[in-house]
Write a protein that binds this ligand. Structure first.
Ligand SMILES: Nc1nc2c(ncn2[C@@H]2O[C@H](COP(=O)(O)OP(=O)(O)OP(=O)(O)O)[C@@H](O)[C@H]2O)c(=O)[nH]1
Ligand SMILES: [Mg+2]
Length: 357
């Protein structure tokens, strides 16, 4: 037999509880009135239960507890599902709510649904969600915060700046603009040299050489990693060495492999690799460009051809997703004038112009 004590206001109630729990096959051992710490009088009824009954009922209870827990978990997961559905509803572009309208506006301009959803979900329950103007400015602020720029143009240490990118995006033109900027347009003139890796275009017009002649800038062409290293050593007194490369389609693995050799980490001097990306880049091409060029451990993105498009959402989306800092914007063909130091303000202003238009 196993003993157990039940407590209630009257002995009858305590005994009844015991019966409810174990049935009538129990034996009354004792009943007494006890004054508890809270000053109340309560009755303690002790009973003895046959072991098999005790086991059966206790296990039964445990099962009951388990079932209860199970039911609770099920209810919880149902609630979670409902919540997810509510979120989905809230973020759905089908209806006419403020959220949907604002979301549609940004999506139409090229911002990814996933990025927008993440921002919107963080606002669940916030009154901003019911005011279109506030919501638009909130999203713009989030974009502003997510964007990164390189704002350090100082040349305290000599730099090797390589430009890579798809064919015809404006690498060589941008190099010429950068050369003029550093050689003649900063608070002090820097010693600038050109290094041309653009040796794949055999017999091609030497565009960089022409700029070098006009600006009277040192200009060397190299065709192997060994000569690259030799030339870098010879040019070690220069403040900035601008390295031009051949345009590469993101699918041209051969050229990538060749270029990677020049920027490997065991090189004696670190090469800053900057991806030149056209503002007119197509959404479908973004991933391919990034995935391939990021092999080169990108330092920054230089955005070219700002003047050729009014729609900057796709580009902005690229910057939001890949989080590479921007360093310069090329806004036209004119050397050296059409170059700006990257600024979030400029990019956002242009984007807002497009949102309004
Ligand atoms: N509208 C506009 N044209 C530009 C800009 N930057 C470069 N270009 C023009 O784009 C064309 C190609 O420029 P390049 O500098 O030769 O481009 P690249 O990337 O060196 O080309 P490859 O070496 O052949 O890969 C030239 O006609 C440039 O004048 C820009 O910001 N805006
Ligand atoms: Mg070029």
């Amino acid at each position: 037999m196993i003993n157990e004590t039940f407590v209630a206001e009257t002995p009858k109630e305590a005994y009844e509880e015991a019966v409810v729990k174990y049935g009538t096959n129990i034996k009354l051992l004792s009943a007494k009135q006890v004054k508890y710490e809270d000053g109340m009088l309560r009755c303690e009824v002790s009973i003895a239960v046959p072991e098999e009954v005790f086991m059966e009922k206790s296990l039964g209870n445990e099962n009951e507890e388990q079932t209860e827990e199970h039911a609770l978990l099920e209810e919880l997961s149902l609630l979670k599902e409902q919540l997810a559905l509510m979120k989905e509803d809230m973020l759905s572009v089908e209806d006419d709510s403020v959220i949907s309208k604002v979301k549609r506006l940004f999506m139409e301009k090229g911002i990814a649904k996933k990025w927008l959803d993440d921002v919107l979900v963080s606002l669940l329950g916030n009154s901003i969600l019911s005011d279109a103007k506030l919501l638009v400015s909130y999203i713009l602020e989030e974009i502003d915060e997510a964007l990164e720029v390189v704002d350090d143009e100082s040349l305290d240490e000599p730099k090797i700046v390589m430009l890579v990118g798809p064919t015809g995006v404006g690498k060589t033109t941008t190099i010429a603009k950068l050369a003029a900027r550093y050689a003649y347009m900063m608070e002090r003139p820097y010693k600038v040299a050109f290094l041309n890796l653009d040796s794949y275009k055999v017999g091609a017009f030497d565009q960089l050489g022409q700029y070098a002649d006009i600006m009277q800038i040192e200009h060397v062409t190299v065709d192997s990693v060994e000569s690259f290293m030799r030339v870098l050593e010879a040019l070690k007194d220069y403040d900035i060495i601008l390295v031009d490369t051949a345009g590469m389609s993101p699918y041209d693995t051969q050229k990538f492999i060749k270029t990677v050799e020049f920027v490997q980490s065991d090189m004696p001097r670190k090469v800053e690799v900057n991806l030149v990306l056209s503002a007119t880049v197509k959404y479908e091409d973004m991933d391919d460009i990034y995935n391939n060029f990021s092999f080169l451990d990108l330092y920054s993105v230089i955005i070219s051809k700002f003047d050729e498009t009014k729609h900057l959402g796709t580009l902005l989306n690229f910057m939001l997703l890949y989080k590479v800092p921007m360093s310069y914007f090329s806004i036209g063909q004119e050397v050296p004038d059409d170059l700006l130091v990257a600024s979030k303000g400029y990019l956002l202003e242009r984007f807002i112009g497009d949102l309004d238009g």
